[in-house]
Ligand binder design. Structure first.
Ligand code: CLR
Length: 451
């Protein structure tokens, strides 16, 4: 055990209040609204700001260190894929709404191997920018969550790109975030999936294409990801597969093709022979498993289950399969940390999330006064004071509205973010928010009073 290892809190001060309010009663008045304009009763909130949710991308930051240590750019890309996918894992079962950050709100997090700073750079539309760094990598980007209502579900598109740079290697990787779908917002049990394509592009010439599959009513594809790594000539080099909730593995593309071919031919052979005793039984079974993951039992890792009590087959993944397919000779790039046992009473938080709002000893004196940890409404919810949180939330929102009104008057100073500037990202050639490098100088003033 390293002695210098800091210890962080393992739970929140009090367990959450389990409400059975119907979210639809609130949401039906919000159709067509921007995410930042949806005001929901605090019982639907989790005691974190969206900026702190951005910091959750960093739970598996060690993968970037491993990536930087690789000599082969293809292996580096594998770990960047691992990092990009792992960044989404904490979203599993997290259905509480984080607090909308106030304009100018910041959040910093320093851990053994990295530090990150996030700032709410725009309120309408809501844009959160972040910049994380360590000795051998930089990770930055911005997120503008766009909401779309689709009847029984809501789709959240996190617009914006993210970039990982390895300055010493002069390499950079950029990708887009996939869409997050929240189902059963009218009735039944809400659940979430991540869907769409993620393209991780590197200036090394290699590229990864990943598909986050939609469950579409069966557990077969629930949370599954599949994709490949290709080179400049579009040759597929590696096959990548897994679940954003659990793990990601890869194997040489040729091996994957071999596996598929072998399994299907053995499958054919087996059909003519006795089905159970043939030597190909195992690989045939594997292929079956691989091609159609069967529903067996609900995953037992956590107390909460994937919904099974809705009556519309469109919205009914029968549960997560607990058997996972495996292709021989695969390399595991990333595996999820198990949720803490008390997670179900604490907003389904991961261990990493539990400590995000912790005011560590000595922090009060150095923290930027706009830090999310100092938000009174979040603090109150964290302490289980729902009414107090609601009052504070309303007060902060009114305060923000007044400040905006003042800025709109002719002679007032216009709003400019303090820690980020809007610039063209050299790797994507698109407008992006880039850190001005000043935050960690820790010269904060009290001129922005948002709480
Ligand atoms: C998913 C990962 C992306 C960034 C991102 C953007 C918006 C987030 C979403 C993530 C997770 C789910 C989320 C959403 C905003 C609101 C929604 C927190 C982090 C919650 C579940 C609230 C749902 C309530 C609706 C029914 C209005 O990279």
């Amino acid at each position: 055990m390293e002695q210098s290892k800091k210890e962080y809190r393992l739970v929140l001060p009090v367990p959450m209040f389990h409400s059975d309010y119907n979210i639809w009663a609130v949401l039906k008045n919000c159709i067509g609204k921007e995410l930042s304009k949806i005001t929901m009763p605090v019982v639907f909130n989790e005691p974190l700001s969206f900026l702190q949710r951005m910091a959750e991308y960093m739970e598996y930051a060690h993968l970037l260190r491993i990536a930087a240590q690789q000599e082969d750019p293809i292996e580096r890309l594998q770990y960047v894929i691992g990092f990009a996918v792992s960044a989404l894992a904490s979203n599993w079962e997290r259905l509480g709404k984080p607090f909308n950050p106030l304009l100018g709100e910041t959040y910093e997090l320093e851990r053994e191997d990295f530090k990150i700073i996030c700032e709410q750079v725009s309120h309408h539309p809501p844009v959160s920018a972040f910049h994380a760094e360590s000795d051998d990598w930089v990770f930055h980007g911005s997120v503008h969550p766009k909401l779309k209502f689709w009847g029984k579900s809501v789709e959240i598109q996190p617009k914006g790109t993210v970039t990982v740079e390895f300055p010493k290697l002069k390499e950079a990787y950029t990708w887009n975030n996939v869409t997050c779908c929240v189902h059963n917002i009218i009735m039944g049990k809400m659940w979430m999936e991540q869907c769409g394509n993620m393209e991780i592009v590197s200036n090394s010439g290699y590229k990864a294409n990943l598909t986050f599959k939609q469950a579409r009513g069966s557990s077969k594809n629930l949370h599954r990801i599949e994709g490949h790594i290709s080179d400049k000539l579009k040759q597929k080099l590696f096959y990548v597969y897994g679940k954003w909730t659990e793990f990601i593995k890869c194997t040489e593309y040729a091996r994957y093709e071999e596996f598929i071919k072998e399994s299907s031919s053995k499958c054919g052979e087996a059909r003519s022979k006795s089905p159970n005793d043939s030597p190909s039984h195992t690989s045939r079974k594997m292929l079956q498993k691989f091609n159609s993951l069967k529903v067996s039992t609900f995953r037992s890792q956590n107390s909460t289950q994937e919904p099974n009590d809705v009556d519309d087959p469109e919205d009914l993944p029968k549960g997560d399969s607990d058997v996972l397919p495996d292709i021989p000779n695969s390399k595991t790039i990333w595996k999820v940390n198990p949720r803490p046992p008390q997670s179900g009473d604490y907003y389904q938080f991961t261990m990493f999330a539990m400590a995000l709002n912790e005011l560590e000893p000595g922090m009060e004196n150095i923290l930027c006064p706009t830090d999310s940890r100092l938000r009174p409404d979040i603090k109150k919810l964290e302490q289980g004071d729902i009414d107090g949180a609601a009052i504070e939330k309303t007060r902060l929102e009114e305060k923000q509205r007044d400040a905006n009104k003042q800025r709109k008057s002719k002679h007032a100073v216009q709003w400019t973010p303090r820690w980020f500037v809007q610039q063209i990202n050299p790797y994507t050639q698109q407008e992006d928010w880039i850190s001005n490098g000043n935050y960690w100088k820790r010269q904060y003033t009290n001129d922005l009073d948002i709480f």
